[in-house]
Design a protein around this ligand. Sequence first.
Ligand SMILES: CC(=O)N[C@@H](CCC[C@H](N)C(=O)O)C(=O)O
Length: 376
Amino acid sequence: MDTERFINIRRQLHQIPEPGFEEFKTQQFILDFISGLPQERLNIQTWKTGVLVRVAGLNPRKTIGYRTDMDGLPIFEETSCDFASVHNGYMHACGHDFHMSIAIGLLDYFVKHPVDDHLLFIFQPAEEGPGGALPLMQCKEFQAVKPDMMLALHIAPEYPVGTVAVKKGLLFANTSELFIDLKGKGGHAAYPHLSNDMVIAASHLVTQLQSIVSRNIDPLDSAVLTVGKITGGTKQNIIAETARLEGTIRTLSSASMVKVKSRIEALVKGIESSFECEAAIDYGANYYQVFNDEELTDEFISFLKTEKPADFYHCREAMTGEDFGYFLKEIPGFMFWLGVDCDFGLHHSRIEPKEEAIPVALRTLSAYIEWKATSQ
Ligand SMILES: CC(=O)N[C@@H](CCC[C@H](N)C(=O)O)C(=O)O
């Protein structure tokens, strides 16, 4: 496999990160690549900004699905790459450029080396939000070619290149976005008694929210509540009429998600009454946990240990979220981490994953899919 080619594709994709459901250039890039492949075995469909490509099997008994996400994040890139994002304010800071180039490499390989089973490559928009997996799964294009098993990977900055980390069962958390709007009364900075300051109300609320994880959740059943963005007011000498908190909730159990949300609602009610303001809560997109099929994951681990395309690490569950969880809720399969060894983590403006991980993923997945799609 000419892995340099797919590293180069990763660099081209890295330059054009786009928001969820606006991956227009990315979609065109993928379609252009596909149009250069031998077409005889291909069935190509688009859904919104996504692409579904089926490679017809030689003697199909099942369909194996491979999913990559496509969207970038609203982050100003601060890497030293000479192929940095040309979309100012957007960056592939969660590895979706890696994920796509690996999917393209596998597609290229299997078009030229067909296997018995059908393979479905799913280029899915909007993983970072509002979530493309669930609506894609409901579309008629997907239903017509629905796989019998699903695979995906995610880059992992904390593991060395050459490793694959996985576990059976729960891998990623349940997630819910969180948006809280506060409305009070604006006014002159010098007349606080005639106004109702939402910067103060928002500050109290952010602090109170921290008590939920520490005091309402069983410490053995982890949860995270992060407020990632806070906005309010218009100028330093004007009392803020409105403020907005934007965050995310992560829990390992769905019972804890219910609990966190009920505590948020109680605290927000308290803020309304103590600060005499109005508040509105919006939970945005919710992602179902990523739960790896036990049998298939065990089998993949045995494959890794026997064939050794990569070093196997047994990982713990993580509080990251992934709408790939919706695929795994309906279709057996698994997701794994691909070690890319870098100093900065996911969602950081300086993340520079090591590209040597791309050949590791191509080697591992082409061997595994080849075995899975011919042997059983
Ligand atoms: C792997 C990863 O980083 N996924 C994202 C998914 C975001 C879900 C949603 N927008 C939310 O914030 O809840 C993550 O932040 O874990």
